[in-house]
Design a protein around this ligand. Structure first.
Ligand code: SAH
Ligand code: SF4
Length: 340
């Protein structure tokens, strides 16, 4: 049975058409679910009894459960239990400009990046669309505030769960859904080239972030398996084509790993690689985990790397560290729970 929170408005319209009903019923259902936050179908006063019965027969309304929370001043981390006893997590961050949520897209991840806790535990399955939508709904209900932006940067590789992630984006972006502006939605990928091309052709105005993490194939092969399939020059060409087609600036993520990719030479090489492209680089201080041997670069090394990029004409910022005290790096809370 389909879960109601996994239905885009277009899919619900098809459903109502198949029942011989008017399409705009879908809009009314969206208003109940996402605006009035009422999922008690029997109280949906503008939907007649026979249709209510169909909806109850054809859709499931179950949601994941929040089973654990960790918090510090500007961050809250939520652990969710799914229907099949798997765990995923989402992180809320309070910024001056609003509240963002970092959502998971899979249980584990098969991309196998050497420094990443989510990859260490391997992919169990894709998240279903409703499991992504519910991360946001349940968090809004829990913190009693509205989420203004969403980053798909939690556990998993979103482009390895393409169809569900696209439906998720449509539902949260829908004006009658959660109405999160398309430019307030960011998707981060390790660089699956055919899927980036597919995304490009959809003409969505989301923010695309690419986990580059290295200025050359030698280093990237060591830390990201995906590079052996799609190497840096192919990836850079794909990003150039994406920018040309969408007219959107792309974010380049670069996690700062001590003595791996943080030298002055790396900074210069990175600047050459990105020269003239409409990108901005986000330097990410590495969040150390117990299981993996990687260390974070010193704060000084990070600022120097940042300066070198700037001097070479690259737009760059250092990501504010959120929640390093509460195991906020992608996959850490889940892996703690799996061990328990
Ligand atoms: N799979 C996608 C999105 C999830 S990971 C991707 O790789 O882009 C989101 C970001 O967090 C990626 O840039 C990833 O490299 C980074 N990351 C993973 N583990 C990290 C850690 N321990 N500390 C800091 N960043 C990390
Ligand atoms: Fe997967 Fe992203 Fe982690 Fe790589 S960094 S293992 S792609 S979640």
């Amino acid at each position: 049975m389909q879960n109601i929170y996994g239905m885009t408005r277009a899919k619900l319209e098809e459903y109502f058409t198949s029942l011989g009903e008017k399409k705009f019923k879908a809009l009314q259902v969206f208003e109940w679910l996402y605006q009035k936050k009422n999922n008690d179908v029997n109280t949906w006063s503008n939907i007649k009894k026979t249709i209510q019965e169909n909806i109850l027969k054809d859709f499931s309304f179950t949601m994941p459960k929040i089973v654990r929370q960790e918090r510090d001043t500007l961050t809250r981390k939520f652990l969710f239990l799914l229907y099949d006893q798997n765990y995923i997590e989402a992180v809320v961050m309070y910024h001056d400009y609003g509240i963002s949520v970092c959502v998971s897209s899979q249980v584990g991840c098969n991309m196998g990046c050497a420094f990443c806790e989510s990859g260490r535990l391997k992919k169990v399955r894709n998240l279903e669309t409703f499991e992504m939508v519910c991360q946001i709904l349940l968090i809004e209900e829990n913190i009693k505030e509205r989420i203004s932006s969403v980053v798909i940067m939690g556990i998993g590789e979103p482009l390895d769960n393409f169809a569900n992630v696209m439906d998720f984006i449509h539902i949260i972006n829908d004006a009658k859904g959660l109405a999160i502006g398309i430019r307030h939605i960011t998707l981060s990928t390790s660089g699956i080239i055919p899927k980036i091309d597919e995304l490009k052709n959809m003409d969505l105005q989301i923010n695309l972030a690419i986990s580059l993490h290295a200025p050359n194939d030698e280093i990237r092969n060591r830390i990201m398996k995906v590079n052996k399939v799609y190497n840096i020059s192919q990836l850079i060409n794909t990003i150039k084509s994406y920018i040309a087609h969408t007219n959107r600036r792309v974010t380049i993520e670069y996690v700062m790993l001590k003595e791996i990719n943080d030298s002055e030479t790396c900074a210069i090489e990175l600047a050459h690689l990105l020269h003239g492209m409409n990108v901005y680089v986000n330097l990410i201080p590495y969040n150390e985990t117990n299981h993996l041997e990687f260390k974070k670069s010193d704060a000084k090394t990070i600022s120097k790397f940042c300066e070198t990029l700037k001097q070479n004409g690259i737009n760059v910022t250092i990501r504010k560290e959120f929640g390093s005290k509460i195991s906020a790096a992608c996959g850490q809370l889940r892996s703690k729970e799996v061990e328990r």
